[in-house]
Design a protein around this ligand. Structure first.
Ligand SMILES: [Zn+2]
Length: 355
């Protein structure tokens, strides 16, 4: 078999530059044979938690890990070599000691049958003679029966099997599962880290605007850079501004939403609102905001009188809570009606008193 070039494989198996601390924490535990039975990798979407779990699983199974000194400025981390027989099997996605579970195609849930495979995987012996790793992507999507079945497995840990639950919404996992996992939290990176990572991939361009639109989540920023989402975002924000000033109707905004999807526009709306709230309180517009956004802020919140500004900020904060509730409802697996939720949000926005 031809060996894959080590650089390309290593690039897949290393953590992102903003994940050095989490990698070092797990790496030290693994080196000391103290890796916990179960970890809950949590944090917002777009921070690379899934790829982190995948890369760490490869590292756990690798037979010749190599030192990596360039991860988040940390000097004592190692990553998978990318060339040993275990790494090559991982590279094809076929390592028998790694099991990845996620909702099956067309389903919004992880079902009990999938957790039964997991239980069988946990008790059988390792093919390579070392550890085994289970990765549960979107762990908050476990349905009630599947969660109960998983709980049983977590209650009877197997010393050589490590379970990584990955979730953007850990609060939706039942508390009994959460309490059996060690929590590993991922945060949005510092701006300079995110900027240099994105620049290395897409070149100079409008990196700052893209990161701002993604709310500083690098993998979301990369999706925006690769699609025409940035233009869609500008159009949507302009339309909610027009709705507020009476130039557009709720129906007109809804037809724009239908083109782009509720989740995506609500994400833009949410990021825009936090900036608008900050502006209403401080009068400060972030450097990276483009001029179209700046004129929207001043148009929507023209008053600089302090008492009024505080009242506006608290109205915006209340509305922000509603918006986040709507986002959760749309992302939930309870068959929400996104159009109705969106219509209600736009109606509330149109009635919001900002003066
Ligand atoms: Zn290896």
């Amino acid at each position: 078999m031809t060996e894959a070039p080590s650089n390309s494989v290593n690039a897949l198996s290393a953590p992102f530059p903003w994940q050095g601390a989490q990698w070092a924490q797990l790496g030290r535990a693994f080196a000391a044979s103290q890796l916990a039975h179960a970890y809950l990798l949590c944090g917002r979407e777009g921070l690379g938690k899934s790829l982190f779990a995948d890369s760490f699983a490869r590292y756990v199974l690798c037979m010749k890990p190599i030192d990596q000194s360039a991860v988040g400025g940390l000097v004592d981390v190692a990553i998978a070599c990318g060339t040993c027989s275990n790494c090559l099997k991982c590279g094809t996605g076929n390592h028998p000691d790694i099991l990845t579970i996620e909702p099956e195609e067309g389903s919004k849930n992880i079902k009990i049958d999938q957790i039964r495979w997991l239980s069988e995987f946990v008790i059988r012996s390792s093919h390579s003679g070392g550890a085994k790793v289970v990765i549960i992507q979107g762990a908050h999507l476990l349905n009630a029966n599947a969660a109960n079945a998983l709980l049983k497995t977590l209650e009877e840990p197997n010393a050589y099997t490590h379970v990584f639950l990955v979730s953007d919404h850990p609060g939706r996992l039942v508390a009994t599962i959460r309490s059996r996992c060690q929590k590993l939290a991922f945060q949005v990176p510092d701006a300079d880290v995110a900027v240099s990572w994105l620049q290395a991939i897409i070149g100079e361009g409008n990196v700052n605007s893209i990161l701002e639109a993604s709310d500083m989540r690098p993998l979301i920023a990369l999706q925006l850079a690769e699609g025409d989402s940035l233009q869609a975002r500008a159009q949507f924000l302009q339309s909610i501004c027009d709705l507020k000033t009476g130039k557009k109707s709720i129906q007109q905004v809804l037809s724009l939403v239908a083109k782009n999807g509720e989740s995506e526009v609500l994400q833009h709306f949410s990021a825009f609102l936090s900036k608008l709230t900050k502006y209403s309180l401080t009068g400060i517009i972030d450097n990276e905001d483009d001029s179209a956004l700046q004129s929207m802020y001043t148009l929507l919140v023209p008053s600089k009188k302090k008492l009024i500004a505080q009242a506006v900020a608290s109205s915006l904060a209340c509305f922000y809570t509603e918006l986040e509730t709507a986002r959760r409802q749309i992302a939930s697996n309870t068959n929400p009606n996104p159009q109705l939720i969106m219509e209600s949000i736009l109606w509330q926005w149109s009635k919001l008193n900002l003066h």
